[in-house]
Structures are given as structure tokens and as C-alpha cells.
Design a protein around this ligand. Sequence first.
Ligand code: TRP
Length: 466
Amino acid sequence: MENSKQKGKFQSNFGFLMAAIGSAVGLGNLWGFPYKMGNGGGFAFLFLYLILAVCIGYSCMLAEFAIGRKSGKGAIGAYERIGRRFMFNGWIATMAPFFLMMFYLCLGGYCIKYLVANFGDIFGASWGVGDVASGDFFNTFVADPVQAVGFTLIFAVLTIVIVMGGVANGLERFSVIAMPALFVMLLITVIRSVTLPGAAEGLAFMFKPNFEVFKGWGWLKVLASAGGQLFFSLSLASSALIAYSSYLDKKENLEKNALIVPAADTTVAILCGLATLPAVFASGLEPTQGPGMLFVTLQTVFQSMSGAGPIFGTIFYLLVFLAALTSSISMLEGSVSSFMDRRLEKGKSQGRTFLCLTIGGISTAGAVLVALDALGAAGLPHLFGFSTWLDTFDLFSEGILMPGGCLIMTIILGWIRPGYIDDEIKLSGSYRSKPFVEICLKFLAPVFLAFIVVVQMDGFFKLGLF
Ligand code: TRP
């Protein structure tokens, strides 16, 4: 355990990278990316995604790393350091993962259920999926409150316990094992997927240039979907990256890290596409199934692979579970870190355990509501005319707080306090990308983020703009 007057530090840059990549790599990569790529015309989506990753992903990530490490504080303290009047943006970043956790912990619980069920199938256990149609299996599971809440609670407890362990003993120690393991399992799944008979069609879908979907205003739709996805996938504007970089040694190169994390996240996203889309094509299923892909379509794929199916299913859902867990721990750390600063400033102990239990507890209560809601099937009342509680919490986080907070960050760093991050980046590198980053933070990112805010509102409230 770290000294209660200090928040802790990563012991190595590798540990930092694994934790930051762990934050980025999550359900967004394994679930969102393949199905959005499926809906966005395959290669056309990938093409726009890569451009955005270079321009928006790199510069926003570098900015978050710099403001985090410069202040040595969580999001609230980090923005306060730029100027007291910007502190509200730290609050926005601190609240975002609160709402994210409210649905992420539940989805993480679903992953555990699928891991257990596929494992059971290896030796024909009664709690496996067996011959049940994957759609029915999913619907029955989510509608069972005891199981849905039970698995959500297991996932929530794991998240809270790891974060209670602190930076070096909790986050770092878990990430340096989980992330390489995840990568190996991903490669195994990719090899299986691309060598299935009929996989070539999926590969062509992903990599053969085809811009049919761009016709008319189609490109704007794909741009919106790729942008929203990138944003979520890189864990931007949700206090996690600021907190992590505040635990990073001053001698480590921020530019290099800001390049490695989006590059690794994008590589993993493409690998996740490779692990899933060719297998979906090989099974004669459609790649445009939307969110059902992870738990319904892919489960069908594993069931249709004779013999070794359950083994690959187990490896795959273990991978998804680890990816979700390394993301959920960073969500909790982001919020906890901001509040630890407030306590330390008042001369109290950091109170890590207390904060993990209270913040984690409140988020878990939200997640239990999402689990009980059974994706709207339980008939619970909902806010704002939404059909699920998941959508409501997603609106607060992905819809409003994250793109809004990131937009405000680019306005602060691009226009009100240009140059604020320069000295921090130069501490440990040449900052050769400065002209590029400045153009991105000043012009490209704000325009793009404003666009994403509009797109999110359109999506949530079905305004019909896109
Ligand atoms: N990047 C995560 C994923 O792809 C989700 C995420 C969004 C996140 N914001 C975050 C994770 C903040 C941790 C912290 O699934």
C-alpha cells in the first residue's frame, strides 16, 4: 500500500502504457468497432477512422497526458491548475466515468456469464449454452434478474478491489499481466477466424477499398460513427488518462506515449475486426447486426464451429472480460483520483479505500438498475422517452459529458491558454509535433467535436439529422 499522503506512481513506463492501453482497449474495440465497421461499409469506415485517429486521437491524448502530468493531479485539480475558472471542466471529466460505469459494469457482468457458459460447454455442463439458439440464450439470461444482477456485482467487486490496491499494486500489477495475455488470446482468435472456410469474404469487406457508402451524404454518417467510436475507444475526456499520466514519471516521453496508445488501440480494434468479421461471414451471418454482434452473432459462430467451438468461445469471452475490466478500473480510478486530491488538500489522508467503496458503490447501484432493466425488457419506467436505462446513462456520458468536455478542453488549450502544455511535453522530448498538434487543437478538433456533440444528440433523440 502506498503512503496515505501520496497517491502513488507507476513503477515503469511499460506499466503506464499497459494501464493506459488497458483503459483504451475495451468493449469499444471488441464490440463497437466491428459492428460499426460492419454498418459503415467496412473499408470506408476504417479509412476515416485512421485519419481521425491521427489528427484528433493523437493530439487530444497528448493534451490530456500533459495536463495530467503537469499538475500531478486528477482531472479537477488538473483543470484548476490551468485556471480556477476551468475547474468545472475537471468536474465534467470526473462525472463522465461515473455514468459510464453504470452500464459498463453490467456489460462486464454479461461477459463473465458468457465466459462461464462457454467454459461449461467444453465439457457439456448443464450451465453451458448447449444447443440453445444464441438469441434465446441471451434473452433468457438478461431477463433473469438474479443472474444479471449477480454477474454485474461480481464484475463490480473485481473492479473495486483492484482499484483499492492502488496504482503500483493494483492497476499496474493487474495491467502488465492482463494486457499481454489479452493480446495473445486476440491473436489466437484472429488466426481461427481468418482460417475458417469462407473467411476471405470478410477480409475483402474489411480491406478492399469500396466507398459505396460515401454516396450522397453517406460519408458524413460514416464520419460521425467513426468519430464517436474513436472518442469512446480512446477513453478521452473522462478523467482516466489525466489521472494515469499524473502518476507518470517526469522523465518519460509524452509524445511517444501519446503515439503508442492510440496506435495500439487502433491495432487492437482492427485485430478485433479480424477476430470477428471473417468468422461472421464464414458462418453466413450478416456483419450489419448492430449491438447484437458480441453476445448473439458471435455466440452463434462459436456454436457452429464443431468440436473446438467452446474452447475458442472461452478464450474469446475471457479476452472480452479482461478488456472490459482494464477499462472499468480506469474509469473508477479517474473519479477516485480527483476526489483523493480534494481530501489531501484538506490535510486528510487520501482515503482511497473509502472513495473506491463509495464511488464504486454508487456506480454499482446504477449498474444494478441497468441489469434489472434487462435492456428494456423488464418494463421498468425510463427517463426522456428512452427504451433502456443503458441508453440514459450512455447519453449523460458518451452523449453529453465526454464530447462536451473534450470540446471545452480544446477551446481552453487551443484558444484561451495556447502553449500551456508545451513546457511539460518538452521536459522529456523535443515536441516536434507541436505545429501539427496546435492546428489540431485549435481548428480541427473543436470543429469536429462540435459536430460529434450534434451527432450524439441526433442519435439519442432521433432528430433525424443524419
Ligand atoms: N475505451 C473504453 C472502451 O473502448 C471505454 C471508455 C470510454 C473508457 N471512456 C473511458 C474506459 C474512460 C475507461 C475510462 O471500451
